[in-house]
Design a protein around this ligand. Sequence first.
Ligand code: R1P
Ligand code: URA
Length: 305
Amino acid sequence: MSPRMQIVLVFLMCRAYFPKYMKTNSKQLGSAEIMSTAEGRQYHIGLAPGEVAPFILMCGDPARAEKVARLFDEAKAPIAHREYVTVTGKYKGVPVSIMATGMGPDNTEIAVVELSQVVKNPTFIRIGTSGANKENISNGDLVVSSGAVRLENTSTYFVHEGFPAVASHEAVLALLESVKRTGAKFHLGLTASMPGFYGAQSRTTPFFKPRFKDLPGELATMNVSNNEMEGSSLFTLAAMAGFRAGMVCGIIAERHKNRFISPEGLAKVEMDCIKCGLGAVEVLAKMDKARGSEPYWTPGMLLKA
Ligand code: R1P
Ligand code: URA
């Protein structure tokens, strides 16, 4: 048999015995668990390797993603699939992507799992909005999260109830450095991540009375700064995979005074939050350079620089 025929035969045998790995149809998914095509395109987010940068900003709202992309030095065309909208470009020379995930921990789970298949060693920075529990935190402030209380249950399908949802120390430091530069009032603290906006955050609305009357008040007594919906699933999954993750949120609701932010205030705090996230990417890129081959960034590296 000619060498060429031998190659064809081996290929046909592989395809018969390992169909999962030998797809010829580029739209065919690997299996019902590995939800990507042979070229690595992911089922929900619609992205393939090479289309996402290792620094990934995330937010719920696609309109915010567009505002972020407008601040890039250069940006490729958005890739939109279902509620996931992604733009990849550069900020201050650093390759970066912004993904709008839509709302909730379940959307975040899909985003993190699928993004992890298309980009090596990602760093996730969530730039969100949130409601304040503590009286010293007001509309227009920014909160950098040190960790998140896992009040959602998406993460419990991966880890024990006691598993901590913590932000990576490098992401926290970079966000703190960056948040100072925005000029906004800011806080560092714990965030609670809920699986919903109304009942799960004790909002009483016509027809729908929450089961727990005052979660924001209770959380304030535990020194939990703010509430949102994605942080704990992001931190949990990133920690499981050994990736960095951080979060900064703009405060748009004072739950302690039952007061929502003004439209002008909302536009400002959203932009402050975006700038904080982008600035953190810039800082992290510098920290990575200073770190060289060291596994973790430590303050001693400043002394050497
Ligand atoms: C609720 O209004 C949404 O806003 C917050 C919550 O986490 C939830 O997604 O974040 P985003 O502003 O990033 O969407
Ligand atoms: N996002 C939330 O999840 N809760 C708030 O109170 C405000 C924004």
